[in-house]
Design a protein around this ligand. Structure first.
Ligand SMILES: C[S@@+](CC[C@H](N)C(=O)[O-])C[C@H]1O[C@@H](n2cnc3c(N)ncnc32)[C@H](O)[C@@H]1O
Length: 287
């Protein structure tokens, strides 16, 4: 896909930078599902007086804020949580800065930029986010892997996952909510319906510099490759173990798939291992 010159230039939110995201995917639903396992694992693995948390693709910071508070409430009194939220959309980060300033025992650092800038050698720049290896206690990446994958390909997604694994300390936690195979086609369909992108080489393309994503070039996600499974394999390959998440489901609605069309993408898994948008939440601990 060819890139627009500015993240916010087009109305189609081609990075998944939806401005009212938490109106249709409320943060509280995922926080509640994760409460039990996060409290248990954070307590089991935490040793020092500060807890470094990174949320990749933090949008306007709402879920990042809720998860930070959950962690802070689980840790011994006096433990400082240092939360960094990174998002490619500067308008969303401006909102996060206004909505969620540092308070009490949680320090918030909101950064706008592409998370891959600090990872891929061709990008870089002084402001790119580059934590030191072995320093973070928790990284979360909720519903963002597909956007990293669509814009940076197999190598970009793989580089992000491997680098994230390095940033974590021993005992650190990697929490991932990946979009599944079906979401990729839906992302293209949505952009076509919104007339943000056109078919390749389509002369009636409403914006000839932006084309739909070329899914053929992605081998981690293909007819024979389940991207969720491949993401898990990459993280496990970096010396992590998977932690089973036991959801305490209270909401009872499990038929969405996060694409707003209500048709779900279930593959027969029990609903109680998925979010209300029928997405998998996967948690890994570094050995
Ligand atoms: C679908 S939203 C998910 C928001 C939030 N993580 C959640 O699940 O509640 C995806 C977010 O990832 C951000 N994003 C996409 N590509 C990114 C990149 N390369 N670096 C940083 N953020 C990115 C978008 O701007 C958007 O806010």
């Amino acid at each position: 896909m060819m890139m627009p010159s500015s993240v916010t230039q087009y109305n189609g939110h081609i990075y998944g930078n939806f401005p009212s995201y938490y109106d249709f995917n409320p943060s509280g639903k995922r926080t509640e599902l994760l409460r039990g396992v996060l409290v248990r694992e954070v307590l089991a693995t935490h040793e020092k007086s500060a807890f470094g948390y990174l949320d990749v693709g933090c949008n306007d910071g709402t879920l990042t804020y809720d998860i930070s508070r959950l962690i802070s409430s689980a840790l011994p009194e006096g433990t400082e949580v240092v939360t960094t939220g990174v998002d490619i959309d500067p308008v969303l980060i401006e909102r996060a800065i206004k909505q969620y300033p540092t308070r009490e025992q949680i320090t918030y650092e909101w950064k706008s930029g592409d998370i891959l800038d600090g990872i891929l050698s061709e990008n870089g720049g002084e402001s790119a986010y580059r934590p030191s290896p072995g320093t973070l206690s928790l990284i979360s990446c909720f519903s963002t892997t597909m956007w990293l994958h669509l814009h940076h390909g197999d190598s970009g997604l793989t580089a992000f996952l491997r680098e994230g694994c390095k940033w974590l300390k021993r005992g650190g936690l990697f929490l991932v909510e990946p979009q599944e195979n079906v979401s990729y086609k839906k992302a293209n369909r949505r952009l076509r319906q919104m007339k943000v992108v056109g078919e390749k080489d389509d002369k009636s393309d409403p914006n000839p510099t932006v084309h739909q994503f070329d899914l053929e070039n992605l081998s981690l996600r293909s007819e024979n490759s389940d991207v969720t499974h491949r993401i898990k394999e990459i993280i496990l390959g970096e010396g992590f173990v998977e932690i089973k998440i036991d959801f305490e489901r209270k909401d009872g609605d499990g038929d969405g798939d996060g694409d707003g069309d209500g048709d779900g993408d279930g593959d027969g898994d029990r609903k109680d291992t998925r979010t209300h948008w029928n997405r998998r939440l996967m948690l890994f601990r570094k050995n």
